[in-house]
Ligand binder design. Structure first.
Ligand code: DGY
Length: 334
């Protein structure tokens, strides 16, 4: 019987599907995750595991793979695969699966939520009510820019970026701009984009200097790591609001802190940080123009259920047919 180890509880459909195909399933309890490779209980479990369902917080690298002599499939419960050392996995002939497509709507919706939360100070406005600080309707209270008719720059026009572009163009009459990325090997998504979106591809200078909102939805890789650095932050106009629903490491967080401290009206809204979670005493958490969510982009019931299903199907197909259904090797775009 093949054994599957699941890093943390995920929707039950995964376990049910795997069991119905004759797999033994072990789900780690909340004290142990795949990241704790030196945990003696985990070591024992890993020694006879054929497949794992990993989370984006689990580093599956050379060190980890020393403990997994029987491993045949790694099925990541995410579309992003920056937590996986793909080269080492390939070298050991371990198949890799991920969950593209099914979290597009959920993450695009959440990005819209963050846009509104950050531009219209939703978190702080709501808290004022809870804390008894709100004394009644305030004509000048919590003012922020509207989304309607604004210019949105999307860094990372993969599935999520394109869906967001549709929402902003057709729902808010937004102007959508982007730049070409060197790491964007698969141009097919961009070339099949609805021309009615009228996406303008700009030079980096022009792109950064003329934005109301900059939205980061790119995958994390060597090309995109710390893309939003000190130099690029300086090129943004003072009023640009930055939103990140990709990965925390797309942004140089120290440079961001400095920019948030120094620029009036510049605000940042993010679903992702470095590390996750941020220490509660982190200086970013003290700033009124920093808005953060706990990596919930894909946390719609529909998306997480589909992700669990695909994770299980990747393993079933990987073990039975030596081929996963969704491999990240070709699909580089979020
Ligand atoms: C992903 O899938 O990469 C998201 O960040 C989490 O669902």
């Amino acid at each position: 019987m093949h054994k599957v180890l699941i890093s943390k509880e995920i929707p039950a459909i995964a376990e049910n599907l795997l069991k119905s195909e004759g797999f033994e399933v072990v789900t780690l309890n909340s004290d142990v995750s795949l990241s704790l490779v030196n945990n003696s209980y985990l070591k024992k479990e890993l020694a006879n595991t054929d497949a794992i369902i990993s989370l984006l917080s689990d580093q599956i690298d050379q060190e980890f793979l020393k403990h997994t002599p029987k491993l045949k499939v790694v099925s990541n419960f995410a579309v992003g695969v920056n937590n996986l050392d793909l080269q080492s996995l390939k070298a050991k002939n371990i198949l890799v699966g991920h969950t593209p497509g099914v979290l597009t709507e959920a993450t695009a919706e959440l990005t819209l939520g963050l846009l509104l939360m950050t531009s219209r100070s939703l978190y702080r406005a709501s808290h004022d009510v809870y804390l008894g600080r709100w004394k009644g309707f305030e004509p000048m209270g919590h003012l922020g820019p509207s989304l309607f008719g604004k210019t949105f720059g999307i860094f990372g026009l993969g599935r999520i970026g394109i869906r967001l572009a549709e929402i902003l163009k057709f729902g808010f009459d937004g102007k959508i701009t982007t730049i070409k990325r060197n790491d964007q090997k698969d141009q097919s998504l961009l070339s099949s984009v609805n021309p009615k979106l009228e996406i303008v591809i700009k030079s980096e200078e022009d792109f950064l200097a003329n934005l109301d909102f900059l939205i980061l939805t790119a995958p994390l890789n060597e090309e995109t790591k710390h893309w939003l650095n000190k130099e690029r932050l300086k090129k943004l106009s003072k009023h640009t609001i930055v939103i990140n629903t990709g990965r925390g490491e797309l942004v140089d967080q120290d440079a961001l802190l400095e920019a948030l401290l120094n620029k009036d009206r510049f605000a940042y809204g993010t679903d992702v940080t470095t590390p996750e979670p941020l220490d509660p005493n982190h200086p970013l958490l003290k700033l009124p123009n920093f808005n953060v969510l706990p990596h919930i982009g894909s946390a719609s019931i529909e998306a997480r259920t589909k992700m669990a299903e695909i994770c299980a199907r990747n393993i079933i197909s990987g073990i039975k047919n030596q081929k996963v259904i969704h491999s990240p090797i070709k699909e580089q775009e979020l």
